[in-house]
Design a binder for this molecule. Sequence first.
Ligand code: 5AD
Ligand code: SF4
Length: 480
Amino acid sequence: MKDYSEYFKGPSLRDAKHRGKDEIHHIDDAYEVPADMIGIGKGQKYFIQTYGCQANERDGETLAGILESLGYEATDEIKDAQVVLLNTCAIRENAEEKVFGKIGYLKKVKRTNPNVIFGICGCMAQEEVVIQKILEKHQQVDMIFGTHNIHRLPVLLKQAMLDKEMVLEVWSKEGDVIENLPSHRAHPYKAWVNIMYGCNKFCTYCIVPYTRGKERSRLKNEIIEEVNELKAQGYQEITLLGQNVNSYGKDFDDGYNFASLLADVAQTGIPRIRFTTSHPWDFTDDMIDTIAQYDNIMPAIHLPVQSGNSEVLKRMGRRYSREQYLELFDKIKTKIPDCTITTDIIVGFPGETDEQFEDTITLYEHCEYDLAYTFIYSPRAGTPAAKMEDDIDIHTKEQRLYRLNDLVNEKALKQNQKYLDEVVEVLVEGTSKKDDNMLTGYTRHQKLINFKGNQDHIGQIVPVKVTEVKTWALKGEEIE
Ligand code: 5AD
Ligand code: SF4
């Protein structure tokens, strides 16, 4: 097998914590299409499958934009595609297993269509163990490229077309913010806008600081310009994206921060602004005041707690105690009384005792979240938690998850009941998948609602009366 060591300059999990404070480069001319790649995809199709979070979804839009700029068209059928990309997620083991299942399936596709080019990108492509496994066992893969190499797709695709060996490019050069990439947005009325990349928090269970590199912010002007363009194109809603949005601006030296950005984005007048994800540690009073002040910043905050026990939080490296989290939570609810708050929780962190898990339950009872995404802890190779002793068996962990999920459902229904008979504003996204006669969309508080209404109003924000509430969604009728 070819020696790939010179191509793989990937961030070593060991080295990542010793990140230098090297300068962050904002580059607007990095995207390059080799002359002989222009129009190469004419008459051909591409298929991209994206796993994981919104950051990955946004990357998927960029990948789609790049392939379309080369002339390829999208298809939903792998068998019709000449280029297939799996844009992967590494957050938990089951996310990776799904991808390996798909990689196995691609072997069959390659037998019937030997000219297809298969690429693996996204967070798994940043992991040495994954790359090793693909090199050893999955020769049907033609190219692997990392999260910092997306703009190089035209060049890598050319290499893959010419070269019989697998093309591998994973850079540890993680300090750049690359602008001006093509993009094909997935939705016509709501859009994701990256504001920062990477993460420096190093929670002990989490792979993201390694796969996405160091924290770096986009320049304010680039973000505002993007929002203004989206507004001019008729977009109604934007979601500001970052692994940790409230760290925005920490790499600037002028004090411009996430609260400042939120206010400036609000002043563009785009009808709806959301943001995700926030870390409780640097959620400032200024941020809360700004959210309260502007009507176009939606009162719906995702505020991951992870555990309700201070000792577990400490071992998770979360930088706050149960008490500090609750203080922040209560402050948000006081200053923005109608604000919905959702969260993420991990059960079965190494060594989590029954009593410590009970603290998560009592915290949940206090917060009565609108919704929670709950997970069983999954060890990630190279992270500090993966080396911690874990004497809790999987059966106990599963029981904790089921118990927590029952509480999540109970509170979700309770919170939704507040909206019964109320009139809510809904951004109409289209017709419901289950019933053509029903429209579907989200309220200001990020509640999914299916309702009877006027199809001509798709893409607009309309008033809807809530007639029925369920755990996962509301039902209603548009007010004419
Ligand atoms: N195991 C289980 N859940 C995890 N998350 C992140 N890393 C892990 C892991 N190793 C969860 C956290 C995070 C969400 C995106 O995924 O709750 O907030
Ligand atoms: Fe998955 Fe995290 Fe990567 Fe998003 S950043 S794709 S959640 S590993």
